[in-house]
Write a protein that binds this ligand. Sequence first.
Ligand code: 2M8
Length: 439
Amino acid sequence: MAELSDALDRRARAILEANSRGGFTVPSPHQYPHQWNWDAAVNAIGIAHYDPQRARREVLALLSGQWREGMVPHIVYHGRASSYFPPYEFWQTERSTRAPNSQTSGITQPPLLASAVRWLHRRHPDADFLACVYPRLLAWHQWFHQQRDADGSGLVCLIHPWESGTDDSPRWLEVLARLEPQDLPPYERADTRHVSPAHRPTQAEYDRYVHLVNLFRRAGYEPRRLLEESPFLVQDVQFNAILYRAHEDLRALAEDLDRPTEEIEGWLEAMGASFGQRFWDEEAGLFHDYDLRAGRAIPVSTAAIFVPLLAGLASQEQAERLVGEHLHHPNRYGRGQGLRYWVTTCSAEEPVWEATRYWRGPVWPVLNWLICLGLARAGYDREAAEVRGDTLELIGESGFYEYFHPTSGQPLGADRFSWSAALWLELRHGELELPSVRA
Ligand code: 2M8
């Protein structure tokens, strides 16, 4: 076992090395040939296990795409031609005075970066690096509260499913169904060239993704107009939990640097006060996302319900219900009857659950890692260890794929996937618990 694992450690490193494009890492060689935001954060954590300097470069490369008012975009293209759709030109970011000189998309992604920097700094301290990135992380977090707090609650909203990172999550189905794609610019999907269409978002969803980008281009990425005009306007439980956790980590970095923390404390207080009120459904015993356009909760259960544990945003009672009534429930997320591996991305009880389609059912290493950290933080050590064990078993036995069938373990999506390699290293060699919130 130890030998096999050693070989797999080397394989993980080899994948991360092969996916390096000089200063940054692509998520996978063919399917995703640029740099993605939350992938970069996870990849930096994995790479730091053998090359902290390269991990720091990963962070800096992502920040090179930062917009003038602070947004860190979901893709940084790094001037590389590719067949990926959408290519850089499709975003028409030149319509905005806020866009940077580098080639980027015009939306953002889950803000794991401050947490990754804190991990990096704790394990391999580098004061110059921290002083260089801290103001940029702070600017991004400020941007969220200045430009994405649509209702003054302190919670931030998303304007595109791509921002959630869980693109075709059933959470977004009803909101997307209301959209009527019109005047679509011509486009050709590239994602189904390397991966089976049955494992990817549907054509109807892609039309809506493109429709939204088209609206944002026309609005010149003007923040006020985006909030006023985007028909997709949601408060995402998972995203807000990740942001809250990132604020906690940013505060710890500020303390290390002896910088003021009042502003960050203010965000934490506002988000903490609104989170349960807005998202918790007492009857269902879980957190629901919120559709701001329709003014109602989105009654769909996906693995996003467990992510608040990462940020300590669930009370003990709420955590107990999440774990007891959902994680262990035989028809929902529980292992045993139908499901063999924790954690399917969508409750098996949802009518739209699909074992092999993208964010509709397969097990994703990144989500498992966040859930595992959350379970550990909430004191569910046994469950945390089992989620960790399942993730390592899936990657170790099926390969470094993007996602996995929750029953058979069949590898799905793109192969030689960077964050699966990074998380292999982290889950094997990293500490399971987060650095304590108040280090
Ligand atoms: C997936 O998303 C991109 C669009 O951003 C795509 O499907 O083309 C998602 O899994 C997302 O979370 C991830 O960051 C990205 C790269 O791994 O791929």
